[in-house]
Each structure stands twice: as structure tokens, then as C-alpha cells.
Design a protein around this ligand. Structure first.
Ligand code: F6P
Length: 326
């Protein structure tokens, strides 16, 4: 294998708070080992279009606390085409890059795995998504900040829900993943939650709400993941209005606020540890895998495994949310 002297970094998929801290950690660690670092802009899109620029240590100063990603990001449908992947490979070669570190989620690692199989180009991934749905790491970069943002919003909604004795449906992100909803539900003491991993129906939800009414709950918070099995939150609100007359029903969608903002301490530390570990792993010859932290230890999981294994919220935590929210 060619010795690693020049590495590229890109961020891809939905942005996540902590991505900048990871870019900083990779750049500074690489510079420590006398490697040159190149930023690839807009994920796979920038690989295809050759948007690649040298990153110096000073380029990553004063970004550890910034949300978003200085390298921009994109969900690239063009990378699904072989001809575009070929272009991307040629651009990496033209810039004399020896390896790339990709920060992203499921879609990113699916693309990285295909690319590795076609061109054998050394790549390592860092789990960067607010969804926390990647196998091979306890937490993904951005999840902790997103949940803290959601909790901040729910706490404010709680004040008005309590003052008016209302039921609020509060929608959090997660098209395919219930982690944000689960953690938000536990940390806010919500009466109920709806997550994509559970086949809950409207009758069950009404039943839960009626039971909490019997327990004299004067107001109620229901955390709804975007991808829940009943349907869009405004539809659930309409269905509840017909069947639960005891509460005035309101709904709030927290939305993309969850993706922005300054990363939490946990996300800054996670990003810093993973970025550092990824560079050292590349130097030791590791490739085609994602760096993660499991039980506080750095571990590496092949891209294929990270993508194929579905990571779902723990049943014990789901039970906890249920018991404590009563
Ligand atoms: O994957 C992160 C995520 O924020 C999901 O929770 C959400 O369903 C999706 O991205 C939204 O994507 P977009 O910003 O492209 O609409």
C-alpha cells in the first residue's frame, strides 16, 4: 500500500453539530504527523466536480464551537452513477490524495463502500448524523446536541401546555430512527412517544392518553418522531381532536432547528476523539471502515457491516420512557 501523505476530508448527508470539530481534529492530527490535508466540498458532489482545496491548521481555527460544516454538505444522487464515481476517482488521483475521511451517515457509507469496492481507494468514515442510527458506535456526532436542542424546545412548550392544560404533540426529527424521540421523551417526562421502530396505531395512543387522564394528568406532552407509523403529526392531531375532548390539542414541529447550533461538550469530545483515531488508523493501514466509540473504546466497523446492521433503540429505554411517563 502507498504510504499516506495527503488525505482528503468531506462531510456528506444531513449536517450535524460537531462536524466542524471533527474536521478540526482530523486536520490538526494529520498536521501533527506531517500529512497534508485537503477539504472536499459538498461531499460526493465535490469529489465528482473536483472542488478540492488545501486545508491548513489555521483554516480550522475557531470552528470547534460552530454548527454546520465549513466543507458544506449534500445528498448526492449523482454518485449513484458509475460514470460519476469514475470522475470522482480521477479527481482524487489528480489531487494526489492517498486516502479520504468521510463524515456522514448511512447513505455516505453505502456510497463509500461501493467506491472502495470499485477503486480500492482507502477511506475511513466518522459517524456524523443527528439520528444516532449507525451500528458500530454508541453515539453519532450531532445526536447529543440535537436532543439538547429538542429538550430546550419541549421545556418551553411544557410551560404553556401546563398553564393551559393542553395536550401538545411535539414532532422531532427521525425519518427512520426513533433515537431523538426516545431520548427527548425520557428527558422531558413525556406521556407518550411515537417512533418509527414501533407499529403503534391511533387506538393505542388514545388509550394511553385516556389512561393518563385517569391518573389526573392535567397536561400532556407526546413526542412524535417524523417517521412514526401513524402518519404526519398534523394528521395525528386531527385524529386526536375527534377522540380526546378532555384536552385542547396543539402541535409543534421543531424541525431543522435540531440540526443547527453550537455542538454540546459531548459532541465536541466525540468528534475530537473520532477524528484523531481515524487519522491514526489510516496511518496504521486501516481502511473501508467506520470509526466509532463503544463502551468508551474506539472501535472500527466495516462500512458494509455499519450499513447492513440496523441499530434500533434499546427496549429497556423504551420501557423506561413508558413507565416514567405515566
Ligand atoms: O438524517 C438527519 C435528518 O435530519 C433526519 O432526522 C431527517 O429525517 C432528515 O435528515 C431531513 O433531511 P433534509 O434536511 O434533507 O430534509
Amino acid at each position: 500500500m502507498k504510504p499516506i501523505k495527503r488525505i482528503g476530508i468531506f462531510t456528506s448527508g444531513g449536517d450535524a453539530p460537531g462536524m466542524n470539530a471533527a474536521i478540526r481534529s482530523i486536520t490538526r492530527t494529520a498536521n501533527y504527523y506531517d500529512l497534508h490535508v485537503y477539504g472536499i466540498f459538498r461531499g460526493f458532489e465535490g469529489m465528482i466536480d473536483g472542488e478540492i482545496l488545501r486545508l491548513e491548521t489555521t483554516d480550522v481555527s475557531n470552528i470547534i464551537h460552530q454548527g454546520g460544516t465549513i466543507l458544506k454538505t449534500a445528498r448526492s444522487s449523482r454518485f449513484l452513477e458509475k460514470a460519476n464515481r469514475q470522475k470522482a476517482f480521477e479527481n482524487l488521483q489528480a489531487n494526489d490524495l492517498d486516502a479520504v475521511i468521510a463524515i456522514g451517515g448511512n447513505g455516505t457509507f453505502t456510497g463509500a463502500s461501493v467506491f472502495y469496492k470499485e477503486f480500492g481507494f482507502p477511506m475511513i468514515g466518522l459517524p456524523g448524523t443527528i439520528d444516532n442510527d449507525l451500528y458500530g458506535t454508541d453515539f453519532t456526532i450531532g445526536f447529543d446536541t440535537a436532543v439538547n436542542t429538542a429538550i430546550d424546545a419541549v421545556d418551553k412548550i411544557r410551560d404553556t401546555a401546563d398553564s393551559h392544560d393542553r395536550l401538545f404533540l411535539i414532532e422531532v426529527m427521525g425519518r427512520h430512527s426513533g433515537y431523538i424521540a426516545l431520548y427527548t421523551a425520557i428527558a422531558s417526562g413525556a406521556s407518550a412517544m411515537l417512533i418509527p421502530e414501533h407499529d403503534e396505531n391511533i387506538d393505542q395512543l388514545v388509550d394511553e392518553i385516556k389512561k393518563s387522564l385517569k391518573r389526573k394528568k392535567l397536561f400532556s406532552l407526546v413526542i412524535v418522531a417524523e417517521g412514526n407509523k401513524i402518519g404526519p403529526t398534523h394528521v395525528i392531531a386531527e385524529l386526536l381532536k375527534e377522540r380526546v375532548k378532555e384536552y385542547e390539542i396543539k402541535m409543534t414541529i421543531i424541525g431543522h432547528i435540531q440540526r443547527g447550533g453550537s455542538p454540546s461538550v459531548a459532541d465536541r469530545i466525540l468528534s475530537s476523539r473520532l477524528g484523531h483515531a481515524a487519522v491514526e488508523a489510516l496511518l496504521k493501514g486501516k481502511q473501508n471502515c467506520m470509526a466509532g466509540i463503544v463502551n468508551d473504546k474506539i472501535v472500527f466497523t466495516d462500512f458494509d457491516q455499519a450499513v447492513q446492521h440496523q441499530k434500533s433503540p434499546d427496549n429497556d429505554l423504551i420501557n423506561l420512557a413508558d413507565i416514567l411517563g405515566r
